[in-house]
Design a binder for this molecule. Structure first.
Ligand SMILES: [Zn+2]
Length: 301
C-alpha cells in the first residue's frame, strides 16, 4: 500500500487555531528537520481546560499559551513523552495554572545501556520531568466537559502515550503517528518491536482522526497505519537485503537504503537501521558478533 504523506501545513505561530469543536492547536515556532514546522500544543475544552504537550522552554510560546487560555482554569496538562520539544514547559505552566501534570512516567530508555555504549539521544531527553499523576494504560481522566483516555504507545520513546478524547473519534497521536513523516524509532530510548506493537494497539481501535505532535491531522488513521506497517516491513527487507549483499556496518546500509534522504537525517537513519537490527536479532533472523550496536558486525541468521 502506498504511504501518502501530508506536508501542507500552516503553523500560524502565536495563534491558537480552532481545528475541531473544543480543540485548538497552537504550534511552537521551533521548526527543524525533526520537528517539521514545530511542535503542536493542543487546548481541549471550553470552560475548564486540558493542555496536551505544552512544548519546549520557549517564552513566546508560553505567552501565546496563556493568551489562548485567556484566564480560564486549566485542570490538567497531558504530556505524551519526554522529548525536549514536548514536555519541558509543563512544570512552568503547572506552576502558573495549578494544573496537574499527567504522563506515563519520567524519561527512561527502552533497554539498559550496553557496556561502553553512550546514549546519543540524551541531549534530546527531558530528564527533569516528573508527572503529578503517572497514567496507567487505558486510564481515563475526566475534566469539565471532556474525558481523555491514555493509551501507552512505546516505540518512539519508552514512555510515549497517546490520548483519546472520549466520544469524539479524536486521538492525540503525538510522535507515534504523524501525517508528514514516519516516526523516529531510535535505540536505546526507542524500540522497533514496541513501535510495531503500538501500531497494532491503535489499529484495534476505531478512532476517526489523529491530531499529531507535528504537522497536520491524519485523516484516515487506520489506512495510514497499515501503510506505516508496510513501510517498516519494506525497510526491514531492505536491511536484510543489504546484509545478504555483503554490507557489514550500519554506515554502509544507510548509504544504500537512504540514498535519497536529506543527509542531515542520516544519523537518525542509522539509529533506525539499528532499531530494525535489534528487532531482527531478537526474532532470530540475524545474528551478530556482539550485541547489536552502531558498529557491530551482522550476519544473516
Ligand atoms: Zn519525540
Amino acid at each position: 500500500m502506498a504511504l501518502e504523506f501530508e506536508t501542507r501545513f500552516d503553523p500560524a505561530y502565536g495563534e491558537a487555531v480552532e481545528i475541531a469543536p473544543d480543540i485548538q492547536r497552537l504550534t511552537v515556532n521551533n521548526p527543524s528537520a525533526f520537528t517539521f514546522h514545530g511542535t503542536n500544543s493542543y487546548i481541549v475544552g471550553t470552560s475548564s481546560l486540558a493542555i496536551i504537550d505544552p512544548g519546549p522552554e520557549d517564552e513566546a510560546h508560553f505567552q501565546a499559551l496563556l493568551k489562548a487560555i485567556g484566564g480560564r482554569p486549566v485542570s490538567h496538562i497531558f504530556v505524551s513523552h519526554t522529548h525536549k520539544d514536548h514536555s519541558p514547559l509543563a512544570a512552568r505552566l503547572s506552576r502558573e495554572t495549578g494544573a496537574l501534570v499527567c504522563a506515563e512516567g519520567p524519561h527512561r530508555a527502552a533497554r539498559p545501556l550496553r557496556i561502553g555504549e553512550t546514549n546519543p539521544l540524551d541531549a534530546s531527553a527531558d530528564m527533569d520531568f516528573r508527572p503529578d499523576i503517572a497514567l496507567a494504560d487505558d486510564e481515563l481522566v475526566e475534566g469539565d466537559g471532556w474525558a481523555l483516555r491514555a493509551i501507552h504507545t512505546p516505540g518512539h520513546a519508552a514512555n510515549h502515550a497517546v490520548f483519546a478524547l472520549e466520544g469524539t473519534g479524536v486521538l492525540f497521536s503525538a510522535d507515534h503517528v504523524m501525517a508528514w513523516a514516519t516516526s523516529i524509532v531510535a535505540p536505546p530510548d526507542g524500540a522497533m518491536s514496541d513501535y510495531m506493537a503500538s501500531l497494532d494497539r491503535l489499529l484495534e481501535r476505531d478512532d476517526t482522526v489523529f491530531l499529531p505532535g507535528h504537522g497536520s491531522r491524519v485523516r484516515m488513521p487506520q489506512r495510514f497505519m497499515r501503510g506505516l506497517k508496510a513501510h517498516r516491513k519494506m525497510r526491514e527487507r531492505a536491511v536484510l537485503d543489504r546484509i545478504e549483499r555483503g554490507d557489514r556496518t550500519i554506515a554502509e546500509m544507510v548509504q544504500a537504503i537512504y540514498r535519497d534522504t536529506d543527509p542531515r537525517l542520516h544519523g537518525a537513519a542509522a539509529l533506525s537501521v539499528l532499531a530494525h537490527l535489534e528487532d531482527l536479532v531478537a526474532r532470530g533472523a540475524v545474528t551478530t558478533e556482539n550485541d547489536p550496536s552502531i558498529d557491530a558486525i551482522y550476519f544473516p541468521g
